[in-house]
Write a new protein. Structure first.
Length: 241
């Protein structure tokens, strides 16, 4: 799962919790170095509105639902928050309050079905030719260009939810790194120094996490049995036995 993030918010129908949001601009290079081409989105596709910060990829309930429409060079979500639920109302009220000061952005989670690498405006980019959008989510910061909520009709991530998001991001980055390396090798080139340094940092951080996992090994059966005996002894002492 990949994500793209977008900017801006405007309230449309407060009573019904309705939202219309531009979540992608076609034909421009976004802050991730991608260009979404015309035809990448399926007009009329149904999607969920995720809990804040893509939290619904973990255990958080979706906050609403909507439909994707392509209008000119913009992909737009026409959706509605679940105001009959506490999490839907909370997410909507958060989006609405941020919108009053021009704050808040949007992001969408998607799978890449078709893509290609090439040049755009003098930059090497990835062209997204076809994507499947699963959800659109309110977030704090974004990567999209000229994205915003046209009309508006959080919750903190748990450790597990944040881990799910990180795993998805690392997996997507690994796939992209493999694609970029294959493309450069096909041209007789290697990765640049900056790219190699960045991959080395990612590898070092993953190695650090691997070390933490070693420290978090579960107790052996003998250790667990001893711990059970100690707990029972403490309970007995507490009862005055």
């Amino acid at each position: 799962m990949d994500t793209k993030t977008l900017r801006g918010v405007e309230i449309k129908n407060e009573d019904r919790g309705e939202v219309t949001a531009v979540f992608a601009t076609l034909g421009v290079t976004d802050h991730d170095g991608d260009v979404t081409r015309e035809g990448a989105f399926t007009d009329g596709a149904k999607v969920a509105i995720s809990a804040y910060g893509h939290a619904s990829w973990g255990a958080a309930l979706p906050a609403g639902k909507g439909v994707i429409h392509v209008r000119g060079d913009e992909a737009v979500l026409d959706g509605q928050f679940f105001l009959a639920t506490a999490h839907g109302r909370d997410t909507f009220e958060t989006v609405k309050a941020l919108a009053e000061d021009g704050l808040g952005e949007w992001s969408y989670g998607f799978d890449i079905d078709e893509y290609a690498f090439g040049e755009h405006d003098g930059r090497h980019v990835r062209f997204l030719d076809r994507v499947t959008v699963h959800e659109v989510s309110p977030v704090l910061l974004g990567a999209g260009v000229n994205t915003r909520t046209l009309a508006a009709k959080s919750r903190n991530q748990t450790f597990a939810e944040e881990g799910d998001a990180v795993l998805a991001a690392v997996t997507a980055y690994g796939e992209r790194a493999a694609d970029v390396l294959a493309m450069r090798l096909s041209k007789g080139k290697a990765l640049g120094g900056d790219s190699r340094a960045l991959l080395a940092k990612v590898r070092a951080e993953l190695a650090r996490l691997d070390g933490l996992l070693d420290q978090a090994e579960p107790e052996t059966s003998d250790e667990a049995a001893l711990a059970d005996v100690q707990r029972e002894w403490l309970r007995a002492v507490a009862r005055g036995l």
